[in-house]
Design a protein around this ligand. Structure first.
Ligand code: AGP
Length: 616
C-alpha cells in the first residue's frame, strides 16, 4: 500500500511531507517523490528506491521554499519501481501533480482516450491518467481543483485515494477517496492529508476519516468535504489516542494482526480489473499467449512454505476446472529430482517476496528445460517475476509480519483466477459456468470479513491450549493444505510442535500419536453433508475423539452433523468446496498469532525466521 501525505499551512511543506513519508515507511515501498507549489510554479522530485535516494536528490537539486506540498511512497502495482513510474505524476502543462494509492480499473480505456486526444503519457502507471484528466477538466470548472477532482472521480472505477495540487491554486490541496484510506489532520492554521494518522500525529491528533466516494478541499483555515457530486458529506472528527508506533500498525497490537484484518480488502483488490462485467476473466496483463495455454499438457507449481500450500490448493482447482495434470513441488526439491518438464509444461512459481532463492533456482531449471514460467508474486519488479515469462501480481500490499497471512489468501485468489482463465481459454468451461464461479469468488471478501468475527474465540482457545505439548491439524481435499498451513503458522509463531495431515492418512500411522487431551484441529469441507468427503472427515473426527483427542472443529454455519463430536466448534461461512481455504485458514492464523502472544513471543519477527529466504 502506498504512503500519501499532503500539507497546507505555515511550515515549510517539504520538511513536513518528507517526515510524514518517513512515518509511513513501514508500509513498504519501492520509490518516493514530492511536489510543492511556489510562486505560481509546480516543482516535483521523485526517485526509485528508499527515501534516502529522494533526500539525496533534494540535496543536489533542491526544491523552492513552499508552504503547500504533497508526497508519496509507492508500492508498485502497475509499472515497475522506476524514477519514471514514481509519483507524483504531472499533467502535460506542468501545472497539476497527483499522487495515488490503489488501482484504477478502467485506466486502459482512459489512457487510450487521452492518447487519441494527443496527450503524451510518459509512464506505465494508471495514476498518470488522472493528472492529465484533471488538467483537461480545470478550464471547464473555472479552475476549481476540487470540482475537477469530483468530475474526474465520477469517471474512475476501482479502488483509489488521490491527492492533487495545482500551480494556479497555491493555497489548496485536494483529495479523493474510494476504498483506499485517506485521513485529514486538522491543525491550527494548517491541515494535513495522509494514508494514515502516523504521518501527522507529530503535529495534530485531531483527525477526520474520509468516507467512501468523498472529495476533500484543504486550505490553511478550512476543510471542506463533499461527495463526488458536490453534495454535503457527513464526516466525524476523532482524536487519535495512539502513539506513533501503534499508528503504524493502524491501532493493532502487531503487524500480523493488522494484516489478518486487511485480508478482505487484499482478496478484493487482487480481483480488481481482472473480471469483466460478463463474468469472464481479463488477464491480458499476464501476456501469456492463448495458444501457449491451449498447448500445455501439464502444470507444475514450484514454491516454498506458505506459497507451497497455496500451490496445493491450486492443484485441486486446476485439475477440477481445466482437466490437465498439475503437480505441486517444493522448490528446494524440484530441480534435484530430475523432473519431467519441457515445452509442454507451464510452471507456476508462487512467491510473496519474489526473492526466495529455492524458487528462483527451480524456475531457472524449468526454463532451461524449455518450460514457460508464470510467476504469482506480491512484489513488483522482484527477481522471480523478472525472470519469468509472465506474471500475475497479487495485490496484498506490503506484508511486514514474517508469518504470511494476507499474501497467502491473495495467492489463493490469483491461483483461482489463473485456473479459471486457463479453463476459459481452453474451453473447458462454458462462459456461464465461468461467470457463476466468478460470482462465488467475488462474494468471498465479505465472507473473509465475516470469519474475522471468530477472532475472539480463537484467542480464548489459544489461551486454553497454550501448554499443549503438540497440536495436530487434519483436513481432506482442499482442507489438507489448510491443515498444513495451520500447522506451519503454529510452528513459526508459537514454536510448538504442530503437524498437518490428510485426515485419511491418520489410520496409516499418525493415529498412534493420539493421547488424552491432545488438541486436534479438524477442518470440515464445505458444503455441509452433501459430499462423501464430509462423511469421511466426520468419521475421522469420531476416530480421534474416541482416542482421547480434544477436537476443535472448523465447520460451516448450519453443519449440525459435527456437533456431537466437537469439543469446540468454530463456525465459518458456507462457501463452495474449492474456495473454502479462503475462510477456513483465517481462524488458524488468529489462533497461531494468539498462541505466540500468550507465550510472550515476538509475533511479527519470530526467532530464526526471515521474511524472504534469499539463500538456498
Ligand atoms: C510463511 O509464513 C513463511 N514466512 C514462509 O514459509 C514463506 O511462505 C516462504 O519462505 C516462501 O516465501 P515467498 O512466498 O516470499 O517465496
Amino acid at each position: 500500500m502506498c504512503g500519501i501525505v499532503g500539507y497546507v499551512g505555515e511550515k515549510q511543506a517539504l520538511q513536513v511531507v518528507v517526515d510524514g513519508l518517513r512515518r509511513l515507511e513501514y508500509r513498504g515501498y519501492d520509490s518516493a517523490g514530492v511536489a510543492v507549489v511556489s510562486e505560481g510554479e509546480l516543482d516535483t522530485r521523485k526517485k526509485a528506491g528508499k527515501l534516502a535516494n529522494l533526500e539525496s536528490l533534494l540535496g543536489s537539486d533542491p526544491l523552492p521554499q513552499s508552504t503547500i506540498g504533497i508526497g508519496h511512497t509507492r508500492w508498485a502495482t502497475h509499472g515497475g519501481p522506476t524514477d519514471l513510474n514514481a509519483h507524483p505524476h504531472v499533467s502535460e502543462d506542468g501545472k497539476v501533480a497527483v499522487i495515488h494509492n490503489g488501482i484504477i480499473e478502467n485506466f486502459a480505456e482512459l489512457r487510450a482516450e487521452l492518447m487519441a486526444a494527443g496527450v503524451h503519457l510518459s509512464s506505465e502507471t494508471d495514476t498518470e491518467v488522472v493528472a492529465h484528466l484533471l488538467a483537461a477538466t480545470l478550464p471547464a470548472v473555472d479552475g476549481d481543483l476540487a470540482e475537477a477532482m469530483r468530475t474526474v472521480c465520477r469517471r474512475l472505477s476501482g479502488a483509489f485515494t488521490l491527492v492533487a495540487v495545482d500551480a494556479d491554486q497555491p493555497d489548496v490541496v485536494v483529495g479523493a477517496r474510494r476504498n483506499s484510506p485517506l485521513v485529514v489532520g486538522r491543525g491550527e492554521g494548517e491541515n494535513f492529508l495522509a494514508s494514515d494518522v502516523a504521518a501527522f500525529i507529530a503535529h495534530t491528533r485531531f483527525a477526520i476519516e474520509l468516507g467512501q466516494d468523498q472529495v476533500v478541499e484543504l486550505r490553511r483555515e478550512s476543510v471542506t468535504v463533499t461527495d463526488f457530486d458536490g453534495g454535503p458529506a457527513d464526516v466525524t472528527e476523532f482524536e487519535v489516542t495512539w502513539d506513533a508506533s501503534a499508528a503504524e500498525k493502524g491501532g493493532y497490537d502487531t503487524f500480523m494482526a493488522k494484516e489478518i484484518a486487511e485480508q478482505p480488502k487484499a482478496v478484493s483488490d487482487t480481483m480488481l480489473g481482472r473480471i469483466g462485467v460478463d463474468g469472464q476473466l481479463k488477464l491480458d496483463e499476464m501476456r501469456l499467449a492463448e495458444n501457449d495455454l491451449r498447448e500445455i499438457d501439464k502444470v507444475v507449481v514450484v514454491a516454498c512454505g506458505t506459497a507451497y500450500h497455496a500451490g496445493m490448493v491450486a492443484k485441486y482447482a486446476l485439475e477440477h476446472w481445466v482437466r490437465i495434470p498439475c503437480e505441486v513441488e517444493l522448490a528446494s526439491e524440484f530441480r534435484y529430482r530430475d523432473p519431467v518438464v519441457g515445452p509442454g509444461t507451464l510452471i507456476i512459481a508462487i512467491s510473496q517476496s519474489g526473492e526466495t532463492m529455492d524458487t528462483i533456482m527451480a524456475l531457472r531449471y524449468a526454463r532451461e528445460q524449455g518450460s514457460k514460467v508464470l510467476a504469482i508474486c506480491n512484489t513488483q519488479g522482484s527477481t522471480i517475476p523478472r525472470e519469468s515469462d509472465a506474471v500475475l501480481y497479487t495485490h496484498a500490499g506490503p506484508e511486514v509480519a514474517v508469518a504470511s497471512t494476507k499474501a497467502f489468501l491473495t495467492q489463493l485468489v490469483a491461483c483461482y483466477l489463473v485456473a479459471l482463465y486457463v479453463a476459459q481459454v481452453r474451453g473447458n468451461k462454458y462462459g456461464d459456468e465461468i461467470a457463476m464461479i466468478v460470482r462465488e469468488l467475488q462474494a468471498m471478501p465479505q465472507k473473509v470479513d465475516l470469519v474475522l468475527d471468530t477472532s475472539e474465540e480463537m484467542k480464548e482457545l489459544a489461551e486454553e491450549l497454550k501448554d499443549a505439548r503438540s497440536v495436530l491439524f487434519i483436513g481432506r481435499h482442499v482442507g489438507f493444505p489448510v491443515a498444513l498451513e495451520g500447522a506451519l503458522k503454529l510452528k513459526e509463531l508459537a514454536y510448538m510442535h504442530a503437524e498437518g495431515f490428510a485426515a485419511g492418512e491418520l489410520k496409516h500411522g499418525p493415529i498412534a500419536l493420539l493421547e488424552d487431551g491432545l488438541p486436534v484441529i479438524c477442518i470440515v469441507p464445505s458444503p455441509a453433508g452433501r459430499s462423501v468427503l464430509h462423511e469421511k472427515i466426520v468419521s475421522n473426527i469420531q476416530e480421534v475423539r474416541a482416542r482421547g483427542a480434544r477436537t476443535i472443529v472448523i465447520a460451516e454455519e448450519g453443519d449440525e452433523s459435527v456437533v456431537p463430536y466437537a469439543d469446540h466448534l468454530v463456525r465459518i461461512p458456507a462457501c463452495p468446496t474449492l474456495l473454502q481455504p479462503l475462510v477456513a485458514t483465517v481462524p488458524l492464523q488468529v489462533f497461531a498469532a494468539a498462541m505466540a502472544a500468550a507465550k510472550g513471543h515476538d509475533v511479527d519477527q519470530p526467532r530464526n525466521l526471515a521474511k524472504s529466504v534469499t539463500v538456498e
